[in-house]
Ligand binder design. Structure first.
Ligand code: C5P
Length: 244
């Protein structure tokens, strides 16, 4: 029988969650084992989940690390509530929905998570960071993106969710507007010298943490390194933490 996932406060002493973006289960497991002493958590997203489903998530129970299940639910309230009950029932530490699904959907999601596994933190994606000001009119929204992010993040908090995913450059505004306890989960983190890949608006790990990020999602700078454990350890050391 598989061990249960650990659900801990997702804001661990090491804020780094490594993004295991792969469909290869053995590779994901190997990566997790290599970096487990140097990161605070694991992030599993759509690529991994669509290949391996809930059983694939349970495989990581023996790692002893909290899991952010990044499935970005966006559907009618009843459907999202059902999806949240199923996902929170896995015992993951962080789960997310799209804030653009609206207030009723977010409230239903928050209630569903609380009814099944209150320790799971529910957060919302405001605007995908792949969308820029130029993209907004074609989907019926008015630029700038930053205004939409702040509006949706405020709505997220009003609906009783625990935080949002945001870009590093939105941390300061959201922290100032939404207070110290709102969880800010930040991808697009690049240590000095790391390749940008498709990320554009990046920030270093310590800079993002010091600006108020609670969780730093880091993928390729760790998973694409010749020695992932060494890369994760260097990031942890740059943050002044030595173990997850
Ligand atoms: O490899 P990299 O560090 O760019 O990975 C970042 C991770 O964060 C990926 O899993 C990506 O899907 C995720 N993410 C993102 N931007 C968002 C939300 C999630 O890069 N707005």
């Amino acid at each position: 029988m598989t061990a249960s996932l650990v659900t801990v406060n997702p804001v661990t002493s090491n804020p780094v969650y490594v993004a295991l973006d792969t469909t290869d289960l053995d590779y994901a497991r190997e990566l997790a084992q290599q970096v487990r002493g140097h990161v605070g958590g694991l992030k599993l997203g759509l690529e991994f989940f669509n290949a391996h489903g809930p059983d694939g998530v349970r495989v990581f129970a023996d790692c002893g690390l909290p899991i952010f299940l990044d499935l970005k639910f966006h559907d009618i309230p009843n459907t999202v509530a059902g999806a949240c009950r199923a996902a929170a029932g896995l015992g993951v530490s962080i789960l997310n929905v799209h804030a653009q699904g609206g207030a009723a959907m977010m409230r239903a999601a928050a209630e569903a998570v609380k009814s099944v596994h209150p320790a799971t933190r529910l957060i919302a994606v405001t605007m995908l960071t792949s969308l820029s000001d130029e993209d907004l009119p074609s989907v019926g929204l008015t630029p700038p993106v930053g205004d939409q992010v702040l509006r949706l993040a405020s709505l997220t908090r009003q609906c009783g969710l625990d935080g949002v995913v945001c870009s590093a450059h939105e941390i300061a505004t959201l922290r100032a507007e939404l207070g110290p306890d709102f969880l800010l989960v930040v991808p697009g983190i690049r240590p000095a010298g790391a390749a940008l890949g498709d990320q554009r608006r990046v920030m270093g790990p310590a800079q993002a943490r010091d600006a108020g990020a609670g969780v730093l999602v880091i993928g390729r700078p760790i998973t694409g390194a010749a020695d992932p454990a060494l890369a994760a350890r260097a990031i942890a050391e740059s943050l002044g933490v030595t173990a997850g």
